[in-house]
Design a protein around this ligand. Structure first.
Ligand code: GRF
Length: 222
């Protein structure tokens, strides 16, 4: 007798994505994630990513930071807006606002970010230019849980790329971005399937076996 396939019930059924700009990560998430994107919220009405969301018939909202006198009041309205969609996970995808510790605490273990460097190296802005200036041979991107320590939350997944001799910040950014589009949907899929979580000690806990990939050595060995 054939065994009945087990019904798949994701731990996370809906997510809200926060953006400020282009929305290429949003696009890769929409193409590759099993969970429902309940809404896309931007702090900028002119964020191109809002059109990406609309093209996928995803509800959008704009909460402009310019309409609020301080971070606390902006964050309070942002949280209210997010919570009105009742997501289980908040995904920051190029959301360019520093968040208050109260906001971050409210979403502890339920909010992730993608950063264009191999954290803890190059937290903050201009990561590609700084990596080139330092002459590093390997650079990359990181998906991590958000804590109030800016760009330093517990790491879920990283991808590394070579830094080539003639790279400019733009060529390097493009190489890193291709990997962002692979690892962000993967991290969300793991969370959706309950394969990874932030435990009570604030550490990333994997409930699946690690599959080691090949080492990246650059320049490569003879
Ligand atoms: C990405 O490089 C991401 O790592 C950083 O902001 C950029 C957003 O790009 N946090 P996009 O809007 O997803 O195209």
């Amino acid at each position: 007798m054939k065994r009945k396939p087990r019904s798949f019930k994701p731990a996370v059924e809906s997510i809200v994505v926060l953006i400020s700009g282009r929305g290429s990560n949003l696009h890769s998430i929409l193409k590759n994630c099993p969970c429902r994107v309940a809404a896309v919220i931007s702090n900028r009405a002119d964020a191109e990513g809002l059109q990406v969301a609309a093209a996928h018939h995803i509800p959008t909202a704009v909460v402009s930071h310019k309409d609020y006198p301080d971070r606390a009041s902006f964050d309070a309205v942002l949280a209210e807006t997010i919570d009105s969609y009742r997501p289980e996970l908040v995904v920051l995808a190029g959301f360019m606002r520093i968040l208050t510790p109260e906001f971050v605490d409210h979403y502890r273990g339920r909010m992730i970010n993608i950063h264009p460097s191999l954290l803890p190296a190059y937290a903050g802005l201009n990561t590609h230019a700084r990596a080139i200036a330092d002459g590093v041979k390997i650079h990359g991107c990181t998906v991590h849980y958000v804590t109030s320590d800016l760009d330093h939350g517990p790491i879920i997944i990283q991808a590394a790329v070579p830094v080539l001799k003639h790279d400019t910040p733009d060529t390097l950014a493009a190489r890193v971005l291709r990997e962002e589009h692979r690892i962000y949907p993967q991290a969300i899929r793991w969370i959706c399937k309950h394969h990874v979580e932030l435990n009570a000690a604030g550490k990333v806990h994997f409930k699946r076996l690690e599959q080691p990939g090949p080492a990246l050595i650059f320049p490569s060995l003879d």
